[in-house]
Design a protein around this ligand. Structure first.
Ligand SMILES: O=C(O)CCC(=O)C(=O)O
Length: 360
């Protein structure tokens, strides 16, 4: 385990009792103008206006063809128009999700010095472990969040020596959860595949199948923030993954961009938030929408979220519009690339956009 520390942990800053956040956490004027605010207040305001669709995916297993068809249509509509949905009827036992939340929360309850024993070392490429984002993003600003990141599935590719050793059941619970989530992910791929008019197994196979879709878990820890109208827990971005699954401790924070506005995610009991990411957007030739989203923070409560990115292996999967979806009327919107190339191109694009020379 590394012990390198490059920037202060946000948790330490928050616990130091400061009234004002350091300037490197103050977002750019352009972001602040875009309705930054306290997540708890924003969630209350969001009763009116559009809501992220909720889909009961039990419908996929129904004997009634009309129910199955409706489920596929709802999934397609959400993937095309929103790029995000709340999933219920997912089949992952509620007790297991509670345990996942419990072991992650207990790890984050440890003193920062204990968590530092798991510190990652981003500059040297060791990205798994405990960390805080470096200022390498579009804005050059820091995010009000610390995290723990590790590969969760497939099991034969995980490195358990990197996972938290405390609490003692962390590994067992997280492994078990990983297996259940893997089963559930297949249901989502199936519904999306049918929605595209493809055979049920096609999309998941093209996405990398059992061996080449990696489930990377990032536990995000957002401390209370004295000036939530100036900060962001996660800045606006789309995910590079195929799909992203989000669980949280029932404290609001996630906002998604829909129809020109930020919509604050409501708490839908027993649901899982699912995002479409860039990789599926590419496979679907832009029919599915990789959702732009960001994380707000608040003054009153710590927020923890468990974000699991289901992403293609960096080299083994070719990301390109599926030939079945390319026609004269709908030519390919994306060139072929591996996942590693996509990530590099995206970072390069962000850097180009932020450079003063590019802005001229
Ligand atoms: O905490 C959340 O709800 C979203 C987190 C997120 O977007 C990320 O970790 O990339």
């Amino acid at each position: 385990m590394a012990t390198n520390v490059f920037i202060p942990r946000v948790e330490s800053l928050a616990n130091s009792g400061l009234d004002e956040i350091p300037p490197e956490y103050v977002r750019l004027e352009s972001e602040r103008d875009d309705h930054l605010g306290d997540a708890i207040e924003e969630e209350k305001k969001s009763d009116e206006g559009p809501q992220i669709p909720t889909i009961d995916i039990k419908g996929l297993d129904s004997d009634d063809e009309a129910v199955r068809k409706l489920c596929v249509e709802q999934m397609l509509d959400a993937a095309v128009n929103w790029g995000v949905m709340h999933i219920v009827g997912h089949g992952i036992p509620a007790e297991l999700i509670d345990k996942l939340r419990e072991v992650g929360t207990r790890f984050f309850d440890l003193p920062v010095e204990e968590k530092e024993k798991y510190a990652n070392d981003q500059p040297s490429g060791m990205i798994q472990g405990y960390g805080s984002k470096l200022a390498n993003s579009a804005s050059g600003r820091l995010e009000w969040m610390d995290y723990f990141f590790h590969l969760m599935f497939p099991e034969n590719q995980t490195d358990l020596s990197i996972w938290p050793h405390y609490p003692s059941d962390y590994v067992e619970v997280t492994k078990e959860f990983g297996k259940e989530l893997r089963v559930m992910a297949t249901k989502i791929f199936t519904l999306l595949s049918l929605g595209l008019g493809l055979p049920a197994e096609k999309l998941e196979a093209e996405a990398g199948g059992m061996e080449n879709i990696l489930f990377q878990m990032k536990i995000n820890y957002y401390p209370k923030c004295p000036q939530p109208n100036l900060a962001l827990g996660v800045e606006a971005h789309t995910d590079v993954s195929h799909l992203t699954f989000i669980f949280h401790n029932n404290v609001p924070g996630l906002q998604v961009y829909y129809d020109g506005k930020w919509v604050t995610a409501k708490n839908v009991p027993d649901s899982i938030i699912v995002h479409i990411g860039d990789s599926l957007e590419i496979l679907s030739n832009g029919l599915f929408k990789s959702v732009l989203h960001r994380g707000l923070v608040n003054k009153e409560k710590v927020r923890i979220s468990w974000t699991i990115f289901a992403e293609p292996h960096k080299d083994n999967v070719l990301l390109r519009p599926l030939p079945e979806l390319v026609t004269d009327a709908s030519p390919p919107k994306f060139g072929p690339r591996t996942f590693a190339q996509h990530v590099r191109q995206k970072l390069f694009k962000i850097k180009e956009e932020e450079s003063p020379a590019a802005a001229k």
